[in-house]
Design a protein. Structure first.
Lengths: 289, 134
């Protein structure tokens, strides 16, 4: 029979853990709300951008802009979105595994290099000796468009200078707080067929371009790239918080169950000692008679 | 005529207006109802719109505009109305940009285009905020 003091200590320990996981769950819930608000705030801009691009995309050949031109994919860059912190279930692991799959599907020296957002992803890939070309630190204190658009501009420049032939993003798509799905998406070269579809091909108005079509595309298309990267970031942050909420919720529940079991054990042990003490007293009294 | 102004952070404005004046890449341009379909790059500058005889001003960052079927859609990275602008911060930003430009002749590491852009943005914000410098 476990001794009473040990059980009491154990209960106290589990209670501490329970308080911690419960607090983490609440914080994750609050952060999830903020991430969803950000995603919602971006929607009007993204919708307008897609529509405007759609108006030009219908009359656009891939040769008209270097961001649209696809070339043989000899070198790809894979941008992986992970988190800085753990305790969020399989959130980071799922991205890491999908990244490994991507590397496996594109064999050959230098066929794929990774760029990583989030400490966990960087640790995962460097520990397994995958080439990580960029590691973007401290992204989560302030999830802002400015920061990601600087990253986007840098990656776009590298694409244009021939550093790599395609850019893919790998992130957790947020379906609900309880469910996230790892998603792989090609960002560069740009595929505007989605924009054109959204707008409909019936619209054939000829726009006046000021100063010229090239300049318009030079402004629109990089913005589209940055918005895509920003959207993936917001999805990923929302997913992280959702995953942490779920993980911490089940941890809190498990801790609660454990406390109940231990309390039962504790009471049994206590009763046993009382019974034993009583037996001793009764036995002693018998002996004296 | 409908004017919509959006940034990645929020929808700033969406309402009916009588006219809009925007800082286009080839100079200031005014859009009135019935304007031909147009797409233009926007520079850092002041946007003015009138509705019911009243004029309003906004500080625009770089972006672009589409005019189509009496819909004016402005997409910009940031956009502020007069009351929202932190004057002190804008003044500091202008000061910083000026210092960098002054140093640029000696220090090749300074990105002149970026400093000029920062200065311009700060000055526009001050202008819309209603404080005149010099």
């Amino acid at each position: 029979m476990a001794n009473l003091k040990a059980i009491r200590k154990r209960i106290q320990g589990v209670r501490g853990t329970l308080q911690l996981t419960r607090a983490m769950k609440l914080v994750a819930a609050a952060k999830l709300r903020r991430a969803q608000e950000n995603a919602l705030a971006l929607r009007p801009y993204a919708a307008n951008l897609v529509e405007v691009i759609g108006h030009v995309a219908g009359r656009l050949d891939a040769e008209e802009h270097p961001l649209l031109a696809s070339r043989p994919e000899r070198r790809s860059l894979l941008l992986c979105y992970t988190s800085d912190r753990g305790l969020c279930g399989a959130f980071n692991l799922n991205v890491g595994r999908a990244a490994e799959d991507f590397f496996r599907q594109h064999p050959g020296e230098g066929a794929v290099t990774a760029a990583v957002i989030g400490k966990k992803g960087n640790e995962y890939l460097t520990r397994r000796d995958y080439p990580v070309e960029h590691y973007f630190k401290d992204m989560f204190a302030d999830v802002s468009f400015d920061r990601i658009s600087r990253i986007g501009s840098e990656l776009t420049r590298e694409f244009l200078s021939g550093g790599y032939d395609s850019l893919y993003v790998l992130y957790n798509w947020f379906r609900s707080a309880g469910s996230q799905r790892v998603t792989l998406q090609r960002v560069l070269p740009l595929d505007l067929s989605g924009c054109a579809e959204r707008t409909g091909t019936s619209d054939r108005t000829e726009h006046i371009f000021e100063p010229g079509k090239t300049e318009i595309l030079d402004a629109l298309l990089p913005m589209y790239v940055n918005i895509s990267l920003y959207q993936a970031l917001l999805e990923s942050v929302a997913s992280e918080m959702g995953a942490r909420m779920t993980a911490m919720d089940s941890a809190t529940r498990n801790a609660g169950e454990l406390i109940q079991k231990l309390t039962l054990l504790y009471n049994k042990a206590r009763q046993d000692t009382i019974t034993k003490d009583l037996m001793d007293i009764v036995g002693g009294a018998e002996a004296l008679r | 005529m409908r004017l919509t102004i959006v940034t990645p952070r929020k929808e700033v404005l969406s309402r009916d207006v009588d006219s809009v004046t925007l800082p286009g890449a080839v100079g200031e341009m005014t859009v009135l109802p019935g304007h031909a379909a147009l797409m233009s790059v926007l520079e850092v500058g002041v946007a003015r719109w009138t509705a019911g005889g009243e004029m309003h001003e906004l500080a625009l960052n770089r972006g672009f505009v589409e005019v189509l079927n009496d819909q004016v859609r402005v997409m910009t990275e940031t956009c502020e109305v007069g009351g929202e602008i932190d004057i002190e911060r804008a003044q500091k930003a202008a000061e910083r940009a000026r210092e960098r430009l002054a140093q640029a002749s000696r220090d090749a590491g300074i990105d002149v285009t970026r400093a000029e852009y920062a200065l311009k943005r700060a000055l526009i914000r001050l202008k819309v905020a209603g404080t005149t410098e010099h």
